[in-house]
Design a protein. Sequence first.
Length: 311
Amino acid sequence: MSNTAWVFPGQGSQVVGMGYELAQKYPEIAELYSRADEVLGFSLSGLCFDGPEAELTRTDNAQPALLVTSLAHLKAIQLRQPEALDEPPLFVAGHSLGEYTALVANGSLKFEDALKLVRERGRLMNQAGQGESGGGSGMVAVIGADDNQLEDLARQTGVEVANYNSPGQTALSGTSEALARFTLAAKEAGIKRVIPLPVSAAFHSTLMRPMAAELGKLIGEITFSPARFPLVSNVTAQPLPLDDAAALRQELTVQTYSPVRWVESVRTMYNGGATRFVEIGTGKVLGGLIKRIEKSVEVVNSEEVLKNVEG
């Protein structure tokens, strides 16, 4: 039996040039980006390969770009070094946006449907950041604080925990006023590192409920297929049923305004037998978090795997 979990990064891992070398080297990857361009009706491949960075970073562009690029990494490894994947994996999981990529990887969601969903998800998130529900809101990262202390301070100041990323690294969301109250209270409590994040709204908070309702309408129109391997939920940090479309629709809707329980998710996979994690996509953010959560595990990065593959 496999001891490997596949994990897929979320927004923030995008970088201009991602996927370009793979598309040049493998016709199958070029075709993947071409299909994405056709589905979305604009040159997503051009944004990935050439930028500009400001456009690629925009939420409604970054989300489909990261989904396609992570799947390009997966396809390239399957083509040239499949042993690195230890397929089929014991679990798959994704951080926020990465959960959509994981659903494509496990066969639950068609590539084209996932692209449309994450494009709309990004658009609605942008819109939420500009409208009454998100205007004057944002996120901060807190380094080196205890979660129980942060949860108490969040309740006192009116912010919400958005991402439990790793021990000592947590993100919080709220209105600008609430974040200012929290930042002051945190410093008074001796928490030294509260870092504003460059995002357009208070993601993974109840301020996202209106956009989640809109996204949920589109999710409700999508056909989901039985999964080939278990997905560990961002919302519950537990494996979802392999064949329950209603559970997946609920997950993708509620996920938008619920905290990402990444620490618990990694521990669920570890306790379920996963001692090796393959991070599939650009960057090494998840690998770093995973090593802080469970120091004993092996972390494999897809960029490193592909660097070692001959053309």
